[in-house]
Design a protein around this ligand. Sequence first.
Ligand code: IVH
Length: 709
Amino acid sequence: MSFADLDSLPKDPALAVERLSQQLRQWSASYYRGDHGSIPDALYDRWFERLLELEKQHPELVREDSPSQRVGTTPDDAFEKLGHLRPMLSLANAFDLDDVLAFDRRLRGLLGIESDNGSAHNIDTGSVPKLSYSAELKFDGLAVNLRYEDGLLTRAATRGDGSEGENVLANIRTIRNLPLRLLGQGLPSLIEIRGEVLMFRDEFERLNRQQLAHGEQVFANPRNAAAGSLRQMDPRVTAKRPLRFMAYGIGERQGGQLPDSHFGLLQWLENSGFAVDSLRRRCESVSALIAFYDEVCGQRDALPFDIDGVVYKVDSLQLQEQLGTIARSPRFAIAHKFPAQEMVTELLAIDLQVGRTGAITPVARLKPVQVGGVQVTNATLHNEDEIERKDLRVGDLVIVRRAGDVIPEVVSRLETQHTQHTQRNPAFRFPRQCPSCGSELFREPGEAVWRCLAQWGCKAQKRQRLIHFASRKALDIEGLGEKIVEDLLNHQLVDDPSDFYIITKHDLDPLPRMGAKRIEQLLRSIESSKQRPLSRLLFGMGIRHVGEELARVLTQDFVTLASMRQTRWLDPDLALPDGVGVEIATSLQAFFEHPGHQRMLDRFEAWWAPKVISDQALLEGRLSQRQQQWLDQHCPKDLIQGAKIVITGSFDGLSRDDLAGFLRGRGAVVLSSVSKHTDLLILGQNAGSKLAKAQSLGVRLLELRDFPG
Ligand code: IVH
């Protein structure tokens, strides 16, 4: 599929509109299914614009289910009361195995179906009937009821009081993962589709970041964000919100051919164009239901959206009917709830944590509380603005949330009658001094974080930096964990990570918990960490903005620590790797020239220098020994070392990147454009304008030809 396909649309406008609509629908569906290789937004937009254009020229061709009809203007009847044809019931809850066993026993009793190990059988049929359940996720969103007439979406209402809700059709139409027209044949003349409107966690986070950036309301959780978005007066706003609809059942239906089991119905819903729970499972026993519960519980954090439990439903629609309802809940279903992801507790204190990069994070100390099955005592408060926005004060009752594998956070303050009428503590004042080293904190314009800039001069940062240096993804020094770092600091044995490498057995002897064997092991793992690639060292030194990946890219390009130290990172002529902008370059420059880093860098340069060759493994992997020798011969060392070199043209069998890597490895600074500071221009075939410029400036030239294959 390409942009060019737009030109091969049918000439007939009706056919073209049809083809465009079909394609757009297909792309939308595959986007929401999360298919790989979905198409770029720009392509979607081009096709969408063409559809709008054609529909504008031919208004008679605009169909109600056209992708262009998702976003309209606010209708007069928005949020008016709208009745459901069948009531929207709620679910009874089960909290443990006993509740589920009781549910199963109750149903078997009512239906006269013995459990598998029982002997009685249904008197009516004479056979031994089974009681099958459909087990599925309980989505944590908002229930809505959609009405389709002759396949077309005609009404949509919130659950409301169960008999009538609010008309949200205009907003519902903007949700792109639900069909405006049902797919398939033999459709009912009328059907109510029941499901939940929700937001994926990552899309919710993104929305909140956007809202914050625009100074608009942020939402406490995906559920609130979904509710707020659905209640928007202007459907154009809703259209921009990443809402999704997950179907889980039907209400009233007239005509059509539908399956006779709930499980079959979910499949039918999927075939009709709805998203349904893909983990759903047919279960024949309580133990199968519990196994489903346990599995889903284990996967809960990895799911893209919030759930608050699972639902078990009798699978046969006929048996469902037979069981009927009690107290506004159907007898045939039960929600088996998970431990809540949000709980209320007391905010005992606000502490400040100094991170490895100097970022100061306020942390809530909480009265211990179980959230999502885990005991929580601390939660992040993010930054100064967030504390202010939520108006959090010590002593407040707060809502704590733990979802996914994210750090628990304080969502909001709980306003109670009690807190309204009693005196609250004064507002929290964010300090201006580092809680660890006392140096002044800085907050850059447009940034929410306060930072301590003392780096290695700040004890808390030093501790975190040392721990980071030894951590698995950095130098991976086994046995050098938080506790030992703490001990080493207390005994003033380390100041920066290069000190790890000069520690002796004698130094370690007085440390607590250090027997002869552990000392030997630790010294061995410290020594062997010198074998790690340079990229790990670079990442381990904790340069701001230099993550694992960037460290790898930089070492590929600059090969040695010496060449990185020599590099003038802010030189506008310097050819920086992709993704390295001014911010990163500034950070690199500051790090390498910092007086406090020179001793450490000198040491590392000496220790890692013998490895220059093996750090070049990447390059060597691509170049044979003969090719390397050839390069050494043709690029004399005295010409290369310390020289500012520009490369132009192409080289048979040698990429410019590899050549640049080789030169940097030999101490050159490779730049992207010729200036009067250039020492040498290396010429390949088809040299361009750089040659002329170099000649006019009298820059020395070196021609490289006949690179051996
Ligand atoms: S069936 C008659 N299935 O849970 C029962 N409900 O208390 C109708 N919910 O707000 C509900 N996921 O919107 C059913 N897979 C699921 C569900 C589900 C979420 C919500 C539903 C309602 C509440 C029921």
